[in-house]
Every structure is written in structure tokens, then in C-alpha cells.
Design a protein around this ligand. Structure first.
Ligand code: SF4
Length: 122
């Protein structure tokens, strides 16, 4: 799925495994914590960032050209430690807040599951 910016909408993405959000006065939301709180591990011991990747990409194909081009064992706990996998650029450079909060750089699968244009700019 492609993501296109528009001039009158604000892009927002909440990663339900990474972001902790707090609703303040007047309903305004803000990010209060950024770290991986939870991960999914497949039955064949592949570490995935969330249940959406687990449930919707059961064959390991996400439709994201970068993720789908990676070696099939990049996240395999039979070959790497969890620390090594979490230090992979997927987690340190690709699935990051900086990329998520820009519709032009947001990973396509994440955009389709968790991203949205929320309101018109004033
Ligand atoms: S699809 Fe992406 S943004 Fe949504 S919860 Fe999973 S890793 Fe986070």
C-alpha cells in the first residue's frame, strides 16, 4: 500500500508495541515513552515487531520491499540472540519513530495497519 502526503491532513502513527501515549488536558495526546514494550515470536522462532506482522504476514511476506528483501534468517532466534536481532537495522533504523511520523518514509505495512491522517491542518 502506498502512502501519500496531502496538504490538508496531519499524519500520525501510533505503534501499539512501541509508543506509550498519554491523554492530557483537552484530550491532547502526547508520546510519553518510546521503546519496544512487546514483541511477537513465531512458532519457528522468528522475532517480529508486533502481532500484526505475525498474523497478517504468516508466510513472511509483508509487501514492504525492504523487509521482504532481507535474508529469511535475519530475525531467527535459532541463529541470533534476541539482542542481536534488536540491534538489527530493522529495529534501530527502519521501524523508528522518525520514519513512522513521516508518511513519505513510513514503512508501508506499518502505514497500512497503524497510520492515519487525523485532521485538517489549521
Ligand atoms: S504494524 Fe508497525 S507501527 Fe503497527 S504495531 Fe506493528 S510495528 Fe508498530
Amino acid at each position: 500500500m502506498g502512502v501519500h502526503s496531502t496538504s490538508d491532513k496531519e499524519w500520525k502513527l501510533k505503534c501499539f508495541n512501541y509508543h506509550a501515549w498519554q491523554t492530557g488536558q483537552h484530550g491532547a495526546e502526547k508520546i510519553v515513552d518510546n521503546k519496544w514494550h512487546d514483541l511477537d515470536i513465531t512458532i519457528d522462532l522468528k522475532v517480529l515487531p508486533c502481532c500484526a506482522y505475525h498474523s497478517k504476514c504468516s508466510e513472511g511476506v509483508t509487501g514492504d520491499s525492504y523487509l521482504d528483501s532481507l535474508p529469511s534468517d535475519w530475525n531467527d532466534l535459532k541463529k541470533h540472540t534476541l539482542e542481536e536481532i534488536l540491534n538489527h537495522e530493522v529495529f534501530t533504523e527502519y521501524l523508528t519513530d522518525k520514519n513512522w511520523q513521516n508518511p513519505e518514509t513510513c514503512p508501508s505495512f506499518c502505514a497500512s495497519v497503524c497510520g492515519e491522517y487525523i485532521k485538517e491542518k489549521t
